[in-house]
Write a protein that binds this ligand. Sequence first.
Ligand SMILES: Nc1nc2c(ncn2[C@@H]2O[C@H](COP(=O)(O)OP(=O)(O)OP(=O)(O)O)[C@@H](O)[C@H]2O)c(=O)[nH]1
Ligand SMILES: [Mg+2]
Length: 339
Amino acid sequence: MYVGLAGLPRQVHQSCVAKGFDLTMMVVGESGMGKSTLVNSLFLVDLYKNRLLPSASGTENVTQTMSITRKTAAIEEKGIRLRLTVVDTPGFGAALDNRERCAASDYIKEQFEAYRRDETALNRRNIQDNRVHCCLYFISPFGHGLKPLDVACMRSLQDLVNLVPVVAKADSLTKAELQVKKARILKDIASHKIKIFQFLCEEEDEFWPSDLELQVRGAPNSIPFAVIGGNATMESNDKCYLARVYPWGAVNVESPANSDFSLLRRMLVTNHMQAMKEFTHHTLYENYRVKVHQRSHKPTRRPIRLLQMIHEPSPRRIGKTIIYSSQVIDPIKKERLLY
Ligand SMILES: Nc1nc2c(ncn2[C@@H]2O[C@H](COP(=O)(O)OP(=O)(O)OP(=O)(O)O)[C@@H](O)[C@H]2O)c(=O)[nH]1
Ligand SMILES: [Mg+2]
């Protein structure tokens, strides 16, 4: 005898597929680290259609990101729809006072606030949810671990968004150098107690796992993900792949042997998108909401002082209290105080 619970997942699946999925991703890091290039190639959509990427033939027209920009693309694969929003931020490090580092965290807070306002409004039918679900934090491959600016920026973001550290321009490092760099970055993340998103490994029961499958199983050990921004599509053995073309040759960006590009995409979309969204809604946003609530219900200094005065009235203070109370308490309370 069965009640039919086994059919429940199918219902959830059908309703999710009908609604489609949405993911908002942000990229943050030093200027020139390849943020815009990576997001333009990560989901195989041209978010920057007019942007000419430098190629081996010498075209050079990469525009610097000057302000926070939101780009949305609708992707469909085998009937499953994903509405992807990428929030590109200007690289920091150019201004002397490093003011810009707060821009990303301010933006995330603004989206939380807008959602909170909509959620508490009378009409909740058209709530716009622009909350950021994950933030790719680009770390320079040229430094030794995290720079003080990286630490400050990551710390300002850690309680607002799921932080995913990536080593930018990994094509500039040898395999051995990359290992050393990753270990150093992880050590810095641990020593500065920076909270990053935890990619938990899922057991797959494939008998002959592919290279990527093997990489997926070892994903927690691949953090920070080493990425290369692709600038061309190439074909080999009737298979199309994303590549980065240099004057002396090309590298298959999607190959697990060359970078963690495919692994990152897999981790963001296939394996952890839902977990990131749930963590954003139930933990990060909730913490923000509670903080705002506590702040707005914090008693101001005046009533506390007044209460203390009421509890311990001294003959000298009473006169003062009554004058003072006329500014802060209502007439009924004032009356009680007088008699
Ligand atoms: N070698 C190498 N160069 C890259 C890679 N990704 C991007 N670049 C190049 O680096 C330069 C800067 O790339 P962008 O994508 O504009 O960098 P960004 O981080 O968006 O820069 P800002 O907008 O100033 O913050 C361009 O010339 C890119 O072609 C990469 O993986 N390897
Ligand atoms: Mg940019």
